[in-house]
Design a protein around this ligand. Structure first.
Ligand SMILES: [Cu+2]
Length: 156
């Protein structure tokens, strides 16, 4: 094998490893940011087939005396990740729509949950099965980026 070809094989292996949900940097499901001023806990994501859609949830507690904002959430192994809110449309039908950001008031918290604000994972590359875990990257206005690892399960 030429040197270039062996490099290509190594690159391919690295790409395969990078795409596996279980090979990402392990992070805890409960994280404290900035001496515990911001706490993220109780995260989970629903199982999904590859290329479909699913939702993820977690609780954010802000122990600071100033407000914060969840600017965005991303899952690396999906086409897109959006923050959505559920709402009751005309006729009592439930719909959902993207929200730009989620305010987290001082000394308060926000719970992302079914029927409320949630993270929409759009077209994951692989099946997300019960027992798997995924890493989400959260961006806050007060901090740069925070990784959390959350389990995949059918209900909380
Ligand atoms: Cu949604």
């Amino acid at each position: 094998m030429t040197r270039l070809a062996s490099r290509s094989v190594l690159l391919l292996i690295a790409l395969i490893l990078a795409c596996s949900p279980k090979q990402e940097t392990p992070e805890k499901n409960t994280v404290n940011i900035g001496n515990g001023s911001l706490e993220i806990s109780n995260g989970w994501a629903r199982p999904a087939h590859a290329r479909m859609m699913t939702a993820a949830y977690f609780t954010i507690r802000n122990n600071e005396t100033f407000a914060d904002t969840l600017l965005s959430v991303s899952y690396a192994n999906a086409d897109d990740t959006q923050i959505h809110e559920s709402y009751e449309a005309d006729g009592g039908m439930m719909g959902m729509r993207p929200v730009g950001a989620v305010p987290i008031p001082a000394n308060s918290g926000v719970e992302l949950k079914p029927g409320g604000i949630h993270v929409m994972i759009i077209r994951p590359e692989m099946n997300l099965s019960e027992g798997d875990s995924i890493v989400l990257e959260l961006a806050f206005s007060s901090n740069e980026l925070q990784l959390i690892r959350i389990p995949v399960k059918a209900s909380n």
